[in-house]
Design a protein around this ligand. Structure first.
Ligand code: KIV
Length: 273
């Protein structure tokens, strides 16, 4: 049975740590499913890690719907949250509602995530009043990277930390079921976590959030030239993949692949034997 937002709320009440990872396709969704991870984010970070853009800004609704649908097909157990991409929810509450509906109806997600605090609280309320589960995202908000002037830790001054708490409370009051805290000092994330009754999910926000999220590619070392400070390194798969592909290329060039083991003869009959 699929994990529900109710289960996620219960995890905070029971002080059970919430694990979340991004997934974008059949491979990453299948891996998260097999690892028993309870919540997946189909993140608009797919703009960088899958589509090769330099930020999340160019990601479209069609991109999100198509990747969410792949994840939903291949991960039947976790709660799937899909990102509303840049400018898909700021123009009007009606447009936000239509786009959130697409992620649920065409993309198969159970919840949507959007960036911002007080300024988007009315939109969050409109979505939650319409029966849509919403996850907030504050601190560093990647869709505003150009306005924020780069990838920077947020909430470092007393004023900024107070604004962050105000944003978190506004999202909670608007009905969000959880909130991502990205690139926030540990102490600030800890005090927001303590003040909220909904779970906080941290990325670069220290160990005291109720849960943690990591980008699949960062966690597994799939991008050799990109190692953000906040990323856990639980694999170096780029090295493994590069080595395997080089060996394959060498074997084809040296006429060592395929061998009889990977080949078929007329006499064995079946196409797969
Ligand atoms: O798109 C994404 O991967 C995210 C995480 C960084 C939280 O929003």
């Amino acid at each position: 049975m699929r994990v529900t937002t109710r289960k996620i709320a219960q995890m905070k009440r029971k002080s059970e740590r919430i694990v979340m990872v991004t997934a974008y396709d059949a491979m990453s969704a299948g891996a998260a499913e097999r690892a028993g991870i309870p919540m997946i984010l189909v993140g608009d970070s797919l703009g960088q890690v899958v589509l090769g853009h330099d930020s999340t800004v160019p990601v479209s609704m069609d991109d999100m719907v198509s990747h969410a649908a792949a994840v939903a097909r291949c991960a039947p157990s976790p709660l799937i949250v899909a990102d509303l991409p840049f400018l898909s929810y700021q123009v009007s509450e009606e447009i936000a509602l239509t786009n959130a509906a697409r992620l649920l109806q065409e993309g198969g997600a159970q919840a949507v995530k959007l960036e911002g605090g007080v300024p988007v609280a009315a939109t969050v309320k409109r979505l939650t009043d319409s029966g849509i589960a919403v996850m907030g995202h504050i601190g560093f908000t990647p869709q505003s990277v150009h306005q924020l002037g780069g990838y920077r830790v947020q909430g470092r001054t007393e004023d900024a930390a107070a604004r962050l708490l105000e944003d978190a409370l506004a999202l909670q009051d608007a009905g969000a079921f959880a909130v991502v805290l990205e690139l926030v000092p540990t102490e600030v994330a800890a005090s927001v976590t303590e003040r909220l009754s909904i779970p906080t999910i941290g990325i670069g926000a220290g160990p005291e959030c109720d849960g943690q999220i990591q980008v699949f590619h960062d966690l597994l070392g799939l991008l050799p030239d990109f190692r953000p400070k906040h990323a856990g390194r639980y694999g170096d798969l780029a090295g493994v993949i590069d080595e395997a592909l080089s060996r394959y290329a060498d074997d084809v060039k040296g006429n060592k692949f395929p061998t009889e083991a990977e080949s078929f003869s007329i006499s064995t009959g079946s196409s797969q034997k």
